[in-house]
Structure formats: C-alpha cells, structure tokens
Ligand binder design. Structure first.
Ligand SMILES: [Mg+2]
Length: 404
C-alpha cells in the first residue's frame, strides 16, 4: 500500500480549521488536524507546497519513519507551523493504520486504561453572578470539573469571557486585525482570590476547579497567586508565566504547593524536558495537534509518567474534532492521563466532522470505530471558506503590549 493522494482542506464552519486528508492506493482515507489558530494558512502552505509532494508513494504504515523523515529531513526543526504540519500527517497515518487493522487507535496504543477521560470545561463571567450562572449551566450539562475565569473590576474584555452560549473561545472572532484587550496584573491579583472563595462557598469543596493565568505573570506574581489560592484547593493553576522560560517555575514551585499546569504552546519534548525532569509541574498540557502528533506527544507523556506528571491535554474549540479525537485515544490508553480540556464545538462543526467520540456524565470516550473515528463532510466544509481571524492582543493600561 502506498500514499496516493494528499489534500489540504481549509474551511471555516463558524471558525477556521485546516484538515489534511491522505488517501492510500487501497482507497483508505486518513484525516489529520493542522489548525494553528490565527496562522492557519501558513500550515496549509507548509503541507500543500512542501510536505504533500514528499508523501506520495511512501508506505503509510511506516509512521515513525515518516515522522523522522519530515522532522530531521527539514533540517529546520520544531516551531508551531512545522510541528502542526507533521502532527497532521502523523494523525492521518494512525487513522489509516487503525482502519487497516479494524481497530480504534486507542487499541493500537496499548488498549484502554480507564472507562473514560475525565473532562473539564470553561465557565466564565464578567462578574460573580454571571460566573456562578455559568458554572451552574456547565454542571447541568454534566461536567464534573470546571475552569473558572472571571472579569476583573475596572477592566473590560478580560481573557476568558466567551460568547454568551459558552461554546466559542474567541471573544470577537473575525476581522483583518486582532481585537485589543486591556490588562492590569495588580487589579487581577487583588481580585481573583475572592472569586475562588465565593465559588467554594457556592459549590462546596469537592468540585474540581481550575484557573488559567494565560502566561501573564512574573514568577514573583505567580508565586503570590499560588499562595493566595491554596485555601481553595484548585485542581490546577495553569500557564502562570510565559511558557518559553521553564526555569521561571522554579521560583513559583519554591513558594506554593498549588498544582501547576503548562504546555499548550509547547511543540516539542525539549520544551517540556526541564519541567518534567525537575518536577516543576504537575500536569503537561501540550496539544496533539501542535506538538508533532500522537507519535511525538506519546514520548512526552511517557517521560512525564516517570516523574508522576499527569496529562491535561489542550482542547479548546480551535482544536478540530480530529485533534480532539486523537487526544481521547491517547488519553484513554495513557497510564498517566489526568484530565482533558473540552469546549463543545458549534453544531455545524460537528456536522462537518462527524465523530465517534461522545460525552457522557462528565467523561469523554473516543468510541470504537476503526482509526480515529472521524469522517469529514467535504462538500459541506467547502461551503464555508477560510475567513481571516486572529486571537486578541493584550496591552497594559499605558499601552504596552503584554502577553495574551
Ligand atoms: Mg491556557
């Protein structure tokens, strides 16, 4: 069996997705997610112009070999564009291998280690009443773990305030330029402990609560936040400092016992190596789609397992159902699975990407269809062409650009 055709499909059924479709000489189709939010067309070009032609006539069963061919063969290693493109190829080849074997991918990865993958979703509110309402809505939908993000008095348009239906991640969405948000770290640090105090008073101490600081703090500020939130027993505190400096978490770790999670912008095991070896984090959050696919993330997770670090895979709505399915097959089988982020996609997205995975009573299961369990309605997808859209940009009250 050989790879006979490689197609890149860029579509925007409510938001942009880049999808790789590989067809073999036996007519088996493999799908991969290559969506890089706000930089979608760069990955599409990388796949269409550079990787696609190299895949023709290769043996689709040689997943490791193809991964190394694309990674080492490019000479220019790592980076989100390259690693998202390689991830898409990798997912598509695992999908093909599963379909050929007649087995869901989680069976190829060693079989199920649990009955389902515990999911958490987002609750957001501009103020406390809105946030409490949002938590209630998510609990009614069956979620058993909640990431809580709150507006900060004096600031509007704070990160984490989603659209009113709690479905989409991006506050504004489309346009030729990103929207701009104002950020004030001091106001945030003064406010956020009272948010979790009120959530604990309202919902009790058993509900797993998570919080994301979105890389906006210095190590000293992060250490203070961790200490201030300790009484509220968070499941994790996420992305406290900019992720490209892993040693920042040494200082944070020295001052707080709050569980730390990071990694959604990582794209290689080398981004995580120091954090894992020095046990500076408790959860590794890299996304299958941005870190080289199943083949590479499996190595990151295996290294994490040695150090009792559990997984908490990135899974907002800009990860397509293909990327989410890959995370669920890995999560069901990994011994050190921790939790899976889950934001429901818009109904139209679920029509374009029909999926075998299911959400039931707080848990996600990848389903038992052969491969990843996703089929693409290409005709429907092409009715929604790419639309320019960016993630927001944040600046401080004096106009200085800050981490978003
Ligand atoms: Mg985050």
């Amino acid at each position: 069996m050989k790879i006979e055709d490689v197609q890149v499909i860029v579509s925007s059924p409510t938001r942009n997705f880049v999808t790789l479709k590989i067809r073999t000489s036996d007519g088996v189709i493999g799908l991969g997610d290559a969506t890089l939010n706000g930089r979608e067309l760069a990955v599409a070009s990388y796949l269409r112009d550079h990787i696609g032609p190299l895949l023709i006539a290769r043996d689709p069963s040689q997943i490791e070999d193809t991964w190394n061919y694309l990674y080492k063969g490019a000479y220019w290693r790592r980076g989100p564009v390259t690693m998202a493109a390689i991830a898409a190829v990798d997912m598509a080849l695992w999908d093909i291998k599963g379909k050929v074997a007649g087995l869901p991918v989680y069976q190829l990865l060693g079989g199920a280690s649990r009955e389902g993958c515990l999911a958490y979703t987002h609750a957001t509110g501009a103020d406390m009443p809105e946030l409490i309402d949002s938590v209630h809505r998510q609990l009614e939908l069956g979620y058993r773990a909640i990431r809580a993000q709150s507006g900060v008095p004096g600031l509007d348009g704070v990160y984490g305030i989603g659209r009113s239906d709690d479905v989409d991640y991006e506050p504004a969405g489309r346009g030729a330029r990103p929207s701009e948000e104002t950020w004030d770290t001091s106001a945030y640090l003064r406010h956020i402990p009272s948010v979790f105090e009120q959530l604990r008073n309202q919902f009790g101490h058993e509900l797993p609560l998570l919080h994301d600081a979105h890389h906006r703090l210095t190590p000293q500020q992060a250490a203070r936040l961790g200490k201030d939130l300790e009484p509220y027993d968070l499941f994790w505190l996420e992305d406290v400092t900019p992720a490209e400096n892993p040693s920042a978490l040494r200082l944070v770790r020295q001052h707080t016992t709050i569980p730390l999670a990071i990694g959604e912008v990582f794209n290689s095991i080398w981004d995580a190596e120091l954090l894992l070896r020095e046990q500076l984090i408790d959860f590794i959050r890299c996304a299958i789609v941005h870190a080289g696919g199943i083949t590479h993330v499996r190595k990151i997770w295996s290294m994490a397992e040695l150090y009792q670090v559990r997984t908490g895979s990135h899974g907002p709505s800009d990860v397509s159902p293909i990327g989410l399915a890959a995370a669920l097959h890995m999560g069901l089988s990994a011994p050190n699975f921790g939790i899976q982020e889950h934001m429901r996609h818009q109904p139209l997205v679920d029509e374009v990407f029909r999926h075998a995975y299911r959400f039931d009573d707080g848990y996600l299961h990848p389903g038992d269809e052969p491969g990843l369990g996703i089929s693409l309605d290409e005709e429907l997808a092409t009715r929604y062409p790419y639309e320019c859209a960016y993630l927001p940009v944040a600046h401080l009250p004096d106009g200085t650009v800050h981490d978003w």
